[in-house]
Design a protein around this ligand. Structure first.
Ligand SMILES: Cc1cc2nc3c(=O)[nH]c(=O)nc-3n(C[C@H](O)[C@H](O)[C@H](O)COP(=O)(O)OP(=O)(O)OC[C@H]3O[C@@H](n4cnc5c(N)ncnc54)[C@H](O)[C@@H]3O)c2cc1C
Length: 361
């Protein structure tokens, strides 16, 4: 399957970010790997990887990729996996069409890598729940209509669907990091936020498992779009190395440059092998815990190294202001943090191999 992204709205302010995501929804882009009974394309994760790669290559927009992935793995798939029939009927059609924008709110000012440190609370009332807390660095917040928020109910981590117009909810535009900056980000304030009972997503106390599952999918597949950007990055430096004349020959004739390009190719192909491995596991209903951590760790470090190499190969022209290539270095730095940092992935891989403590995030 191939999409026509030629009519996608231009990048710009937060409204443009919303319009770009909406456009993808209108193209039916958000329905891959979703069952036909739920309104999806009924295709496989392999197909999802392929179309995300096309989006990345044609838009070179890490922010849009981050935004789509937060929407899909943070809200759409948790609803598919844990939602009641009524919740799915109510929320999925608008989410799959991106008429409603969503994401997930886990991180707090004092709780990043360590999910056990989350302090947001929920109290059960006669008609529903009252939530209090403060979430930070939440992708899509300024453009979101809803978020899956994790909070403690009687100390049991649980998930709740929060809408931007709920009483006691503030979705802020700040703070915003400079990485993947075409995605919007901000704080979520919950001040005696009152929600009805049908906004509990999944069982009380299932929050830790739900976070783990959402992040596994995000780690496994967010680099599908980024691998498309890296394909463009590689093609661009190959062309540059052929065209740029230096010492009577062209740049690529120098081994110091051609070896960097060979390494970029190897990194890209290795990411694609890992993505395929995750798709195979998912299509066969197998656990992704180890493979998704390995994919995330390898792909984010590879994205950073290849982005540094690409800018270096292009000399000062790679650093020109507004040059897309140097912006990718910053995007790659962010990719080592979102969905759990590289150190956290290493902790997790080592723990899964039986070396030590239970892993976090
Ligand atoms: C672009 C972007 C988008 C994001 N989107 C979302 C979102 O949509 N929803 C959401 O909930 N969060 C989101 N986040 C937050 C992200 O999940 C956190 O930044 C991440 O979990 C790290 O937390 P922290 O930034 O508080 O760093 P800290 O946890 O304070 O870590 C600081 C440093 O210490 C290291 N470190 C921490 N613990 C350990 C350890 N046990 N062993 C070794 N090293 C360790 C980390 O690797 C890091 O280098 C986003 C972040 C970014 C950058």
């Amino acid at each position: 399957m191939k999409y026509d992204f030629s009519q996608i709205p231009a990048q710009g302010d937060k409204n443009a970010s919303r319009l770009r995501l909406r456009h993808c929804g209108r193209l039916q882009f958000l329905k891959h790997a979703v069952d036909a009974k739920l309104g999806g394309h009924n295709d496989s994760f392999a197909e999802l990887i392929q179309v995300h790669r096309q989006l990345g290559k044609e838009t070179r927009d890490s922010g849009l990729i981050l935004s789509i992935n937060a929407h899909l793995w943070g809200a759409v798939f948790p609803l598919i996996t844990y939602g009641t029939i009524q919740q799915r009927q109510r929320w999925l059609p608008t989410l799959l069409a991106a008429e409603m924008v969503a994401g997930h709110a886990i991180t707090e000012p004092q709780a990043g890598s360590d999910v056990n440190a989350l302090t947001s609370t929920a109290i059960a009332t006669e008609n529903g729940f009252i939530l209090n807390g403060h979430k930070r660095y939440i992708t899509n917040t300024p453009i979101a209509d809803a978020l899956v928020v994790y909070a403690r109910l009687d100390d049991k981590l649980s998930a709740f669907l929060i809408k931007s117009d709920d009483e006691g909810v503030t979705f802020n535009d700040t703070p915003q990091v400079s990485s993947c900056s075409t995605a919007t980000m901000g704080d979520v304030l919950l001040e005696n936020c009152s929600i009805p009972a049908d906004r509990l997503l999944g069982k009380i106390g299932a929050g830790a498992m739900m976070i783990q599952n959402a992040l596994e999918l995000e780690r496994a597949f967010i680099f599908a779009g980024i691998s498309g950007i890296m394909e463009w990055q590689l093609e661009t430096v190959i062309n540059y190395s052929r065209e740029r004349k230096i010492n009577g020959g062209h740049l690529g004739q120098h081994q110091a440059i051609s070896h960097k390009i060979a390494e970029m190719k190897l990194r890209l192909d290795t990411i694609n092998l890992w993505l395929n491995q995750c798709a195979n596991l998912k299509n066969n209903h197998k656990r992704l815990t180890l493979a998704s951590a390995q994919t995330k760790l390898y792909a984010s470090e590879a994205f950073l190294q290849s982005s540094l190499d690409a800018v270096h190969i292009m000399g000062a022209s790679g650093l020109l202001e507004g040059q897309q290539m140097n912006g990718l270095v910053n995007d790659a730095l962010g990719s080592r943090l979102f969905s759990g940092s590289s150190e956290v992935q290493k902790n997790m891989i080592a723990a899964l191999l039986g070396t030590g403590d239970a892993y976090k995030r």
